[in-house]
Design a protein around this ligand. Structure first.
Ligand code: GLN
Length: 495
């Protein structure tokens, strides 16, 4: 039997169909891999018994000829999706013991497709971060090692760091993530994975613990573009319970990748050539440009003049919305409660103890930006700049089919690095934030290793609702790059 933890999800689906192995066998191997890679801390809650039960139900469905699109595939669920009866923490102390009474639409869609839940993946607390070092449940360690200083533990990226680490370490075949400003694309880049954030509104946000409602969007990690496309297809779709979800048919994303990109126009935004960008990123970007050129695409130089305002704009809007969304955690309705002498001190005690430093920082920034007297100067101003950033994209998409940029300004850094300088940490998302502000689909594909042996990702940004083009360009880069490197610390076990 081939190694069940190293095959792709698409291969596993074929193997299940052809009865080469059962979902119980496939799932058991991944549970064993999860046990072997516990030191990575990729999961907050592991659910092996549930996984085996779901796998055996899946095998019965398949035997009866009733298999769903992803029936029997073990996946990891970011612990920001509410899962009925399974603890859902958002990596916070305030929700440490929260057991939802309902299932998020996206996770329900995946259950309907037949997936098997290995557990709830670790993340930055309330999805705030780029390194998975703000979790109440400890840091996630990347399965990758810097070959020139391999005593250092590296970050997997964030906020969906547990999801990315689990897929890269061969613990999970694929995983869900959420992306507000880069939380799927940046960890995908750091961990050598394909990660896609679809257009805002493609997936329902219902039942996803809210961070910044006008930016949050669910998406998918896979070890290949095809796997990410397959997972996204089963997650997406209109949901009357989310007024911002779009009533549009969901295309067959995996079929889209088979088309070529001959004659397509790929834009290279000059403003992404930022000051201080490391040489290796610049060179890597150039290689990516050559790859799409060789695949027959035409390169167009384009300008997105408001790019430099994206990070400051995001760090007004996201904290403002977060401060409002997080007001519900007051110790009265659910979650942690730390009693005080009166109601106000109960609020204060609960929130001081229940939220981590980064979350408190965001709530303070957001409350300030929304306070009377500052609302116009910060929040309204940021919304106006957001419109200009969106207009920039609209303009360039008149002349090109997709944009190609690096995903992040560096490869994965060491745990602890950037920790005492929040602004430096925030700048990690300089290339991913603009597409988030404009609500556009974006994906990261692994396209090479740097001189330390660490993966680097290229980002493809597309027109609204054109995930198919994003996936197609991503797939052509994937083919050209032929990225086969694997991390050193896997949970991979013999077949
Ligand atoms: N790193 C960004 C932040 O901390 C983006 C996070 C995300 O996309 N959830 O806000």
């Amino acid at each position: 039997m081939t190694n069940l933890t190293s095959m792709t999800m698409a291969e596993a689906l074929k193997g299940l169909e052809n009865k080469e192995f059962t979902s119980v066998e496939l799932t058991q191997k991944h549970i064993d891999a999860m046990a072997q890679a516990k030191h990575l801390n990729a999961f907050i809650t592991e659910t092996p018994e549930l996984a085996l039960k779901q796998a055996s139900e899946s095998d019965k469905r398949r035997a009866a000829g009733n298999a769903g699109a992803l029936d029997g595939i073990p996946i990891a669920m970011k612990d920001l999706f509410c899962t009925k009866g399974i603890r859902t923490t958002a990596a916070s102390k305030i929700l440490e013991n929260f057991i939802p009474q309902y299932e998020s639409t996206v996770s329900q869609n995946l259950l309907n497709a037949g997936t098997v839940t290995l557990g709830k993946a670790n993340l930055d607390q309330f999805a705030m971060g780029s390194s998975n070092t703000t979790s109440h449940f400890g840091n996630v360690i990347s399965p990758w090692k810097n070959q020139n200083s391999n005593n250092l533990d590296l970050v997997p990226g964030g906020s969906s760091g547990g999801s990315a680490a689990a897929v890269a370490a061969r613990i999970s075949m694929a995983a869900t993530g959420t992306d507000t400003g880069g939380s799927i694309r940046q960890p995908a880049a750091f961990c050598g994975l394909a990660g896609i954030k679809p257009t805002y509104g493609r997936c329902s946000r219902w039942g996803i613990i809210a961070f910044s409602s006008s930016l949050d969007q669910a998406g998918a990690f896979g070890r290949t573009v095809e796997d990410a496309a397959l997972l996204l297809k089963s997650m997406a779709g209109f949901d009357p319970k989310d007024s911002t979800s779009a009533d549009l048919p969901v295309p067959d994303f995996a079929a889209a990748i088979t088309g070529d990109i001959k004659g397509k126009k790929i834009g290279i935004p000059k403003e992404y050539r930022i000051d201080g960008m490391p040489d290796e990123i610049e060179k890597f970007w150039q290689q990516g440009i050559e790859m799409v050129k060789d695949a027959g695409a035409e390169i167009v130089d384009v300008s997105l003049p408001h790019t430099k305002y994206a990070v400051p704009t995001y760090y007004v809007i996201a904290p403002a919305e977060a401060s409002s969304n997080l007001a519900r955690y007051d110790g009265v309705k659910y979650g942690l409660r730390v009693d005080g002498e009166d109601l106000n001190s109960t609020y204060e005690n609960t929130r001081a103890e229940g939220f981590g430093d980064e979350v408190i920082r965001r709530i303070m920034i957001g409350t300030y930006a929304l306070s009377s007297g500052y609302y116009d100067a910060y929040y309204i101003k940021a919304q106006k700049v957001r419109r200009l950033i969106s207009n920039d994209f609209e303009n360039v998409f008149k002349e090109c089919d997709a944009l190609l940029t690096p995903t992040a300004p560096s490869a994965a850094f060491a745990i602890g690095e950037n920790e005492d300088d929040p602004v430096k940490m925030y700048l990690n998302d300089v290339f991913t934030i603009p597409a988030s502000l404009a609500g556009l689909p974006g994906m990261s594909v692994p396209a090479g290793l740097n001189s330390d042996g660490l993966p680097l990702g290229l980002q493809i940004i597309g027109r609204p609702w054109d995930e198919e083009m994003v996936l197609r360009v991503g797939h052509s880069i994937e083919k050209a790059a032929n990225f086969t490197a694997q991390p050193q610390l896997t949970g991979k076990i013999a077949a």
